[in-house]
Design a protein. Structure first.
Length: 361
């Protein structure tokens, strides 16, 4: 798919570009106690291995802010400090080398605090994300504009951006999240027309994986398909690794990023003569270690399956007594059940090798 993406200002979080023509960056947030340096670094390394490009850590007190000096120096990816209420924590985080800050200027304590943060961030060349959620709007704006809605959301975030701009700070990324996907979509659409800052997309407090993945895919996917958004974080009540995997699944489904294999499988119907769910799960396990962006299909009908999945690099279709292995919609081998998965595994390796040969630098 080709989307006309809005050209936003580009900023850098250490060596990761956000905005402009840069790829949509994938973020997550540690759920470790930042004061536990070893646990936090272990999770950051796990996130990086899963493809996370930027992570955020909570900084609730000075002990956490002090821990940052050890964390950022050993982290394989940029670390953003998440700050609420206390400007001194943001200033300490900047001193300790974070790649970026996430603040809500409206709750930082005072305008003097915002001024000090802007001055130090400007000196150090560190970007700031202005993060506003539906639950953290400016009360005066919220009441004046009829409660929590897209208008009050955007007005609040613009007010907070202006607070930084007043002190000549413009290296800004903006997020304007709600737990309601529709409100999130409406707010980002409106905000995108008002600013050229890079936008950080997400549906906040999306919930557990069962509901949260769907809500995030609807909110984030809709906006990305309209060319809105420069970096994304899927918020789930789950292991942050799943947030990263879900983010890439959203991006892959839109053709915006390629990381790992894409598995497609048909729904069951009356023609299905194999345990398709079990077969798909086994293939999904096979693909866990595949990093190349190949497409693999699992089909339940050996008659129509290969043709229906002709865009897949390779695949398998099961019948009562025979399994068909196919490549780009053409049958290459017929095997029995005992040999089916090994035959598909060989075909996957062929697809991986082909991709690597075609994409040599």
């Amino acid at each position: 798919m080709d989307f006309i993406r809005k050209n936003t200002k580009q900023l850098w979080l250490k060596d990761v570009p956000v905005g402009g023509n840069a790829p949509i960056a994938v973020q997550s947030m540690n759920n470790t106690d930042t004061r536990d340096i070893d646990a936090t670094l272990t999770q950051i390394e796990e996130l990086a291995a899963a493809g996370c490009e930027i992570t955020r850590v909570a900084v609730p007190d000075l002990a956490a802010a002090e821990a940052l000096k050890f964390i950022v120096n050993r982290s394989p990816i940029p670390v953003i400090a998440d700050i609420h209420f206390q400007a001194k924590l943001a200033l300490q985080a900047l001193e300790n080398g974070v790649a970026g800050l996430r603040i809500n200027p409206g709750n930082i304590g005072s305008e003097q605090g915002v001024k000090e943060i802007a001055k130090k961030a400007l000196e150090k060349g560190i970007p700031i994300r202005v993060g506003v959620n539906s639950g953290s709007l400016d009360p005066e704006i919220r009441d004046k504009m009829g409660g929590v809605n897209a208008d009050s959301m955007v007005a609040s975030v613009l007010k907070f951006c202006y607070m930084l701009e007043k002190y000549d700070f413009h290296d800004i990324c903006v997020s304007i999240k709600a737990s309601d996907p529709k409100l999130t979509i409406d707010s980002y659409r409106k905000l995108s027309r008002e600013v050229d800052y890079p936008l950080h997309l997400g549906v906040t407090e999306a919930g557990t994986p069962k509901e949260g993945i769907v809500r995030s895919a609807v909110g984030i996917g809709t906006l990305l398909s309209e060319g809105i958004g420069d970096t994304i974080r899927v918020s789930l009540t789950a292991d942050p690794i799943l947030e990263v995997e879900t983010a890439y699944s959203i991006l892959k489904s839109l053709g915006l990023r390629a990381r790992g294999a894409l598995l497609i499988s048909c729904p069951t119907c009356g023609r299905t003569e194999v345990d398709l769910q079990s077969l798909a799960e086994q293939v999904e396990t096979l693909l866990t270690e595949v990093k190349e962006p190949i497409k693999v299909a699992v089909m339940g009908c050996p008659v129509n399956g290969p043709g229906e999945a002709r865009e897949a690099d390779c695949g398998i279709a099961g019948g009562r007594d025979i399994y068909i292995i196919f490549r780009n919609g053409k049958v290459v081998e017929k095997v029995n059940q005992e040999n089916a998965l090994n035959a598909l595994k060989n075909e996957i390796e062929i697809a991986r090798t082909k991709y690597l040969e075609e994409n040599k630098k």
